[in-house]
Write a protein that binds this ligand. Structure first.
Ligand code: GLU
Length: 449
């Protein structure tokens, strides 16, 4: 029986590859989920009859558009904009916007696919989608960013709405960009529709703890993985890749829970500070001055900066990849394991390659996949939507408590599902299966749509 199912799943995967040529990240994300689903199709034959996998792998709608804008020299620039609305059986499409030169359809589709299961895992009423552009915000002035965002929204607004599709930030999109996007949406529609975007500034409809949520959430998840193994973060040496929003607040929570974070990175290089990272300095450099991480060593002379260095070679007990997809490969995983790493939680989306994931699972270390571990960001976006809908604003402590409870819930769902389907401790299977079943059941219930 299971061999027939495995063959069937392989066939479905090959069909996805054929239908979506060249979109390697999308193929990777689909393969990873499909590999967990054999036992699910045995338990729920109706998912096969209703062609749930075939339908889930085909986004409900894909929008690709031209984004023309003028730079500060008056030159016309053209970028490409995307919004892929993957699945809306659990709620309005929900997922961030990524502005980065590497963006193309395959990246947005992989992110939207992951987002669908991640959002389902949160237990909140949100569907899955993702968008963005190949626009590179690096080195652009505030006015250039504003003009780009205005042009982007001038096309995108017609596809959005608090009950339709609710974007937020991702790489290259923070409160500044969300502000320009929201301003343009408001102007075009003549509606103050707070719930149409999340990650807003606190003065105009944003939620407390949203900025911190993805990083904090990843550490809450990590903490749960350690707890069930009878361990804790206290005194553990940690490394975190990235120096953006996710990394910064992962470092903050690790430090609050007693971890010693000795390294982080950006796309140019890494910093290694054996005394423990000075987070206030990192925040000043990254959030206020928008500088590169290299400048850290001008202020902390004993720390070292390694241009193009490999972060994963730094010995640690806990590693959090919080930068971008496929940043940690099989060799890196082997190095981490050899150096005594006990736990990895993914703050970024799909940062570990399939070889890396296999190595972690084989070594039996605690491995929290992004779908589960980084779901705190989007979960807190759903809390922002709740506050917008009720015209309320909760305080930080209350919101953080909710986030913590949500992450504990996600951990438990993954843990129990992994056990139920015969792979105890395998959070990859737990997350894929629990997220998939939730979406699949709703798809069956809502009929052929
Ligand atoms: N971009 C984030 C993610 O990958 C957050 C999405 C959201 O808040 O809608 O989950």
């Amino acid at each position: 029986m299971s061999e027939i199912i495995d063959e069937k799943i392989e066939g479905l995967f090959q069909a996805v590859v054929k239908r979506n040529p060249g979109e390697v990240e999308f193929h990777q994300a689909v393969r990873e989920v499909l590999e967990s689903l054999g036992p699910v199709l045995v338990k729920y034959p109706e998912f096969g009859e209703h062609k749930i996998i075939e339908r889930i792998c085909e986004p409900e709608r894909q929008i690709i558009f031209r984004v023309p804008w003028q730079d500060d020299r008056g030159q016309v620039q053209i970028n490409r904009g995307f919004r892929v609305q993957v699945n809306s059986v659990l709620g309005p499409y929900k997922g961030g916007l990524r502005f980065h030169p590497s963006v193309y359809l395959g990246i947005i589709k992989f992110l939207g696919f992951e987002q669908t299961f991640k959002n389902a895992l949160t237990g909140m009423p949100i569907g899955g989608g993702k968008g963005g552009s190949d626009f590179d915000p690096k080195g652009k002035s505030d006015s250039e960013i504003m003009r780009f965002c205005q042009s982007f929204m001038t096309e995108l607004y017609q596809h959005l709405g608090e009950y339709t599709d609710v974007p937020a930030g991702d790489i290259g999109v923070g409160a500044r960009e969300i502000g320009y996007l929201f301003g343009q949406y408001k102007r075009i529609t003549n509606r103050y529709e707070s719930g149409v975007l999340t990650g807003k500034g606190l003065d105009w409809g944003g939620a407390r703890a949203r900025k911190e949520a993805t990083g904090y959430g990843a550490v809450f998840f990590l903490n749960e993985m350690l707890r069930v193994r009878g361990q804790s973060l206290a005194g553990k040496t940690c490394i975190v890749s990235g120096a953006g929003n996710v990394a910064i607040y992962a470092i903050e929570k690790l430090q609050q829970l007693g971890g010693k974070v000795v390294a982080c990175s950006d796309s140019n290089g890494l910093i290694h500070d054996k005394k423990g990272l000075d987070l206030a300095l990192i925040k000043q450099l990254k959030e206020v001055e928008r500088r590169r991480i290299e400048d850290y060593v001008f202020h902390r002379k004993h720390a070292r900066y390694v241009a193009k260095g490999n972060l994963w070679e730094i010995p640690c007990e806990v590693a959090l990849p919080c930068a971008t997809q496929n940043e940690l490969n099989g060799k890196d995983a082997a190095k981490l394991i050899k150096n005594g790493c006990l736990a990895v939680a993914e703050g970024a989306n799909m940062p570990t390659t399939p070889e890396g994931v296999r190595a972690f699972l084989k070594a039996g270390i605690a491995f929290g996949p992004g779908k589960a571990a980084n779901a705190g960001g989007v979960a807190t976006s759903a809390l922002e939507m709740q506050q917008n809908a009720s015209r309320d604003a909760w305080d930080f402590e209350f919101t953080e408590k909710k986030l913590s409870a949500i992450m504990t819930g996600i951990h438990q769902r993954c843990y129990e599902t992994a056990e139920e389907f015969g792979t105890p401790g395998n959070y990859v299977n737990g997350a894929n299966i629990a997220g998939f079943i939730k979406v699949a059941k709703a798809m069956v219930a809502l009929g052929l749509i």
